[in-house]
Design a protein around this ligand. Structure first.
Ligand code: SF4
Length: 676
């Protein structure tokens, strides 16, 4: 079966290794984010903090991972980047997720703390703790090379941390291969705190599938759709390098005031330094790009890595910084945000050169920029102030004079405003109180977003005018709305300048579609999330794929219920964390409503806050959350069969005097509840 069959539990403190079958979780929680969240919430109390010994890292795969239909894993933990150390789960692709399955493991739970630096080496049934004293201090690329050499096996897949993680910098990430990262929340700092330098996996068992002919037929259908189906224009623009190809091909991108923001010199330079593309195992898109610049080095980049080139089109500085951030293992948005804030403070005279250890911080050049990255990741000099994030550093540097210039998100969450936590990137229910407990998993584009950002690219690909393509995408968006909400739904509901209560349901559908990918192991990029330009890979296809692989039993209805339940389980757990850590101020959990958002042309439009608030409240009702607090109700958890969480939540709500009984005798999801 495509489920490998085993959950591996590793205790770094006691060096104990246990195994248990995955089967007892599969029926109810399917896989990846579902089983991962369940395992985590069973094992780790809401009182736990990121750097506590009983915090765990959970590496999870799904039923599609390691097959032709999926390549992803999901990594979860309590993480330090935000003040209450909430639960964060984030995806990581590459080859390692498949390798985990081929070694026989669906999930790997890592708990405890090692006294000395160590890495875990897994080769099928063999699981070993290996001294990593010689690797401590090495960057992520050298670490991977050293482990492969030590194992005498070039096919060992390694997920590791760099010095940022070792030093528990809150923006540290986990990196695998050249740029497959688990970058949200500060998961790398958790690994560093556990003195775990790397997880190295080699598996040769392969996977058995229930119906090989059905798998072949479904793959052919999928491949034909990639290459000839309605969505092939989208796939064509993303394959072999994704966004980087857009840049060097001179495609325009509607994300800024004017299109074609990259200069010809920048495009030429990038083209010159591109040495190939790569991606996740078995995926035909291979959307990552590989660069090599003499004097700086080689490494990988994805779409988001190119963002800084729009504002600062100096490819050498950009690549030196990007490459350095990768090597240290620090999340680039957060690191750039610190650099840009320091430059702004210096230029306005709020800080002096002596505040940044004499670095010429106002120079946009390789040396000063990489020197700042060195300082932060090594916690040296002024860098120590920012190891806890921009908000923490700004509170202290130069008497805290620059703190007031930060936006709300940077002040409260230590995250840059252009990360997905920025509410303008959210769907229609963006102001709903329910999202206040979302943490690292907000990567859910508004329905229309990619379609219109890329409209000029499609025009070129399709040989049509921009106006014609806009009409086509309008039509596909309308079709998408009807597919998700029914034929009687107004086809304009996807538009951000239209307000309708049904948009709450559209947001739920869009979020749950993302969660479906997080449950199954299918990448969200070529999935039904991008329905509005003809991508496929939604509930129906996922159900067919899983049934062909597993031999049946997976219905569309079940997938929908589990996606919804997983969302609720994570939100409830994070609400429990917030209620448990009383030192937290409630406002730190609530994203303020924005005055403006972007329309489909990415022009700013005024928000009707009253209407949006109504949509947010409707969203809470659909999800079964209390519209006043944004917390899943006890009744919702019970109906979903999450009795243990319901009991804990009721206890906390009673303690705070906020419990209002709303019990209903019938289960909302009887199939799920019956399994408990
Ligand atoms: S499209 Fe998704 S699965 Fe494919 S290479 Fe890109 S990130 Fe990996």
């Amino acid at each position: 079966m495509s489920t490998a069959g085993t959950i591996l539990i590793i205790d770094l403190t006691t060096r104990k290794i246990e195994r248990e079958p995955t089967s007892s979780y599969v029926k109810k929680f399917i896989g990846m984010a579902g089983i991962g969240a369940r395992l985590f919430t069973e094992h780790v109390s809401p009182t736990t903090k990121a750097f506590d010994e009983d915090n765990m890292l959970v590496f999870s795969t799904g039923p599609l991972t390691g097959t032709l239909f999926g390549n992803k894993s999901n990594i979860a933990s309590r993480t330090p980047e935000q003040p209450n150390n909430p639960y964060v789960h984030t995806g990581m692709g590459g080859q390692l997720p498949s390798e985990m399955k081929f070694a026989g493991y669906d999930h790997i739970l890592i708990k405890g703390k090692s006294e000395k630096p160590v890495y875990i080496s897994i080769n099928n049934d063999s699981v070993q703790f290996v001294d990593a004293g010689n690797l401590w201090g090495l960057d992520v690329y050298k670490t991977q090379a050293a482990i492969r050499k030590e194992c005498k096996d070039p096919d060992v897949r390694v997920a590791c941390i760099g010095p940022a993680g070792e030093n528990r910098v809150v923006h540290a990430l986990i990196l695998h291969d050249i740029d497959h990262t688990a970058s949200r929340g500060g998961l790398g700092a958790v690994m560093g705190d556990k003195k775990l330098k790397a997880l190295a996996v080699r598996g040769t068992k392969g996977l058995k599938v229930a119906d090989p002919q059905a798998v072949r037929d479904l793959w052919q259908q999928y491949y034909d759709y990639y290459t000839q189906g309605r969505g092939h224009h989208f796939y064509d623009t993303w394959k072999r390098g994704g966004f980087a190809r857009h840049v060097v091909n001179g495609y325009k991108y509607r994300r800024r005031k004017e299109s074609g923001i990259y200069s010809d010199e920048t495009k030429e330079m990038l083209k010159k330094y591109m040495v190939g593309s790569l991606g996740c195992s078995f995926c035909p898109l291979q959307c990552h790009i590989n660069y090599f610049m003499p004097g700086i080095g080689s490494g990988g980049a994805v779409c988001s890595n190119h963002g800084m080139l729009m504002s600062y089109p100096d490819e050498k500085v950009w690549w030196a910084a990007t490459n350095s951030m990768h090597k240290y293992g620090i999340e680039q948005y957060a690191a750039w945000n610190i650099i840009l804030w320091l430059q702004g403070m210096y230029r306005t005279g709020a800080i002096k050169a002596s505040d940044v250890d004499g670095i010429e911080i106002d120079q946009y050049a390789v040396e000063p920029i990489t020197a700042v990255i060195d300082k932060i990741c090594n916690r040296e000099g002024f860098g120590e102030l920012f190891a806890g994030g921009l908000g923490e550093g700004a509170k202290i540097m130069a008497g805290g004079v620059g703190f007031k210039f930060l936006d709300w998100v940077s002040k409260n969450r230590n995250r840059p405003s252009f990360a997905m936590q920025d509410s303008e990137m959210r769907g229609f229910a963006e102001t709903g109180r329910a999202i206040r407990y979302r943490t690292g998993d907000l990567c859910c584009h508004p329905f229309w977003f990619d379609g219109y950002a890329n409209v000029e690219i499609f025009a070129e690909e399709m040989g049509r005018s921009v106006q014609e393509v806009e009409k086509i995408i309008d039509g596909w968006s309308a079709e998408g709305v009807k597919k998700w909400l029914g034929d009687d739904a107004d086809e304009n509901l996807w538009r951000p300048d239209v307000y309708d209560i049904k948009q709450a349901k559209l947001t739920v559908m869009s979020e749950d579609q993302n969660m479906l990918c997080d449950l199954s192991g299918h990448c969200e990029l070529p999935s039904e999330r991008e329905l509005h330009f003809g991508c496929f890979g939604g509930y129906e296809e996922t159900s067919n794929w899983i049934n062909a692989l597993e031999g049946g039993g997976c219905t569309v209805k079940h997938l929908e219920e589990v996606a919804q339940m997983t969302r609720t389980m994570i939100d409830a757990y994070n609400a429990l964390c917030f209620m448990t850590h009383k030192e937290l101020k409630p406002e730190a959990a609530e994203v303020p409503m924005k005055d403006t958002i972007h329309d489909k042309y990415l022009k700013k439009i005024k928000v009707d806050k009253e209407k949006l608030q109504e949509i947010g409240e409707e969203y809470c009702k659909i999800r079964g959350y209390d519209p006043q607090t944004g917390i899943p109700t006890v009744e919702t958890l019970e109906k979903m069969g999450l009795r243990d969480m319901a009991v804990k939540l009721e206890e906390k709500l009673r303690e705070s005097g906020n419990f209002v009984a709303q019990r209903e005798p019938e289960s909302h999801s009887p199939a799920l509840a019956a399994d408990m």
